[in-house]
Design a protein around this ligand. Sequence first.
Ligand code: DQA
Length: 144
Amino acid sequence: MNLLVINGPNLNLLGIREPNIYGDQSFAALERFIQAAAQESGASVELFQSNHEGAIVDKIQSAYGRMHGIVINPAAYTHTSVAILDALKAVALPAVEVHLSDVNSREPFRQISYAGMACEESFIGLGFEGYRRAIQYLCQKYGH
Ligand code: DQA
């Protein structure tokens, strides 16, 4: 099963960025964790990180006809981007949302997720483990 894993803005600064919220492990460590989780589930993953909304839209569009599912942490764009929501709906691939932190117990503006409206499952507040759960979910439901 081919999965596209997308990480949005500022996640490249993991380890440096607000470690009290996001932990002290680096983004490179997250990418290694995702690769290991994919291997465990027998999936192959393409990893993509961008700080740019349009680049994320382009990447979601590129998954059409190529990928079997999408795991996405749109970061701050979660709470603002109708364009990312529409792109996920347009390609109509099974998608799962991940957030490292528990967005529901933070500022009220983080409780709205546009991307989540196009996702069939969400793993929130589980740190890196959320990505593993998302990959497992897609493999169990859509892998053969
Ligand atoms: C985040 C939560 C978002 O609210 C925030 O803007 C992020 C990261 C998370 O993984 O917890 O950048 O998506």
